[in-house]
Design a protein around this ligand. Structure first.
Ligand code: SF4
Length: 416
């Protein structure tokens, strides 16, 4: 498409969206100034959910109910391959076992699809209605390669809303409620497979929420997606806007997955205006952690950079970005994301000429870059945008806010 050597990255769902919503209360960015992590507890803790359990754990469930362990293997097949949503529909299993599961309080843990919206390019955005009636978004993005095979990327959410309030993001504008549990992340991928009637090949944690604020569930979902849904680790990308002390934690797990860091600016001052939580995580500290992530995992870090017209998209910004990246290493890749405009946004989409000049300036300084092809522009594609259309009330009520602030004070010690 573009006459440059850049490869077009074919998926997109990360960035997004809307104008800044001023926090009504103390910002989580200020809370993030704590050296601890920002993770809030789930409000729907439930140990009787089958989805998210490994085959071995499902075998134990079967044995605990007086069955032979092969019944656990059948459960695994029914949940992950057949994608059966209700225990009573486990028709391969004896009725007595189904009744025992039900009587013991077990459930599959799938949420109904509340709404779908399809873009002309085939991107489908789903709203799932969780048990507590919260709505979350997940997006399926199909891409046909030159050989005709289809890659299907699932862009999954990790939180209900997001506390970080990046200035361009509809999710941040909509407020924050709670972290998602492991099964609530996994089910997004299964829902996309159902809707597309095809296997998901790639997963990107770029939907609603900051994955590093819910690291325990994200790691649990990552493991389940890899081992149970059978998506290769290298096909999974975990993104972050940067939360102090979490990149090292992630690196210690030595996953063979890509870390995508949302940078959006080449210097601290500009970054703080776009990503308010950056105040608690100086750029040098973030870049140092990225370098260590590479040294620990041998996996290249990619940097996401939303191009905002007239804000961060000049050649001078590109030169400064190249200098920053060279200062901290060589194994980096930059994904340039043209801002996806929505009504009421204070930001504008950059001109194609600016995008190409920005990318060329990076490449001429030996920084590999891709301009991400925007998908689903006509489908409320920006993260949080569709959810906000259906769940108008801000997610953070006064009560929630008190809860989330005290929870963040504990910074998800439990989950990270
Ligand atoms: S961290 Fe991600 S989801 Fe949260 S406000 Fe920023 S861009 Fe939006």
């Amino acid at each position: 498409m573009f006459a440059t050597s850049m490869a077009l990255v074919q998926y997109v769902c990360s960035t997004p969206l809307a104008r800044v919503a001023r926090p009504r209360h103390r910002t989580l960015a200020s809370v993030a100034s704590s050296s601890r992590n920002l993770c809030a507890p789930s409000s729907t803790g439930d140990s009787h959910v089958l989805l998210g359990l490994s085959e071995q754990e499902l075998q134990q469930v079967a044995v605990d109910l007086g069955q032979q362990s092969y019944r656990g293997k059948q459960l695994h097949h029914l949940i992950y391959k057949r994608k059966v949503r209700e225990i009573q529909d486990f028709s391969h299993l004896p009725q007595t076992f189904r009744n025992d599961l039900h009587d013991a309080g077990w459930r599959v843990g799938r949420s109904p699809i509340y709404h779908t919206i399809t873009a002309a390019d085939g991107t489908i955005k789903l709203l799932l209605k969780l048990e507590d009636s919260r709505l979350i978004e997940t997006v399926g993005i199909p891409v046909e390669d030159k050989k005709g095979s289809v890659r299907l990327t699932a862009c999954v959410s990790s939180q209900v809303g997001c506390p970080l309030r990046c200035s361009f993001c509809a999710t941040g504008k909509g407020g924050f409620s709670r972290n998602l549990q492991r099964h609530e992340i996994v089910e997004q991928v299964l829902a996309i497979e159902e809707v597309f009637k095809n296997r998901v090949t790639n997963v990107v944690f770029m939907g609603m929420g900051e994955p590093m604020l819910n690291l325990k569930s994200v790691l649990g979902a990552h493991s389940c997606l890899n081992k149970d849904v059978q998506i290769g680790q290298r096909m999974i990308t975990i993104s972050t806007v940067g939360v102090p002390n979490t990149i090292k934690k992630l690196a210690s797990h030595k996953l063979q997955s890509t870390l995508a860091v949302s940078l959006h600016a080449p210097n601290q001052k500009l970054r703080e205006t776009i990503v308010p939580s950056a105040k608690s995580y100086p750029l040098d500290a973030l870049m140092k952690d990225c370098r260590e992530y590479f040294l620990e995992t041998s996996r290249r870090v990619s940097f996401e950079y939303a191009l905002l017209a007239g804000v961060n998209d000049t050649v001078e910004h590109a030169v400064e970005l190249a200098e920053l990246l060279h200062e901290w290493g060589r194994n980096y890749h930059v994904n340039l994301i043209p801002f996806n405009p929505i009504e009421g946004s204070e930001y504008q989409r950059p001109y194609k000429k600016s995008m190409l000049a920005f990318a060329a300036a990076l490449e001429s300084r030996k920084v590999t870059a891709s301009i991400r092809q925007t998908r689903g522009l006509d489908a409320n594609a920006a993260c949080g945008q569709l959810r906000n259309n259906f769940q108008k009330n801000p997610l953070v009520t006064d009560a929630d806010n008190l809860q989330s602030e005290s929870a963040v004070e504990e910074l998800a010690v439990a989950s990270c």
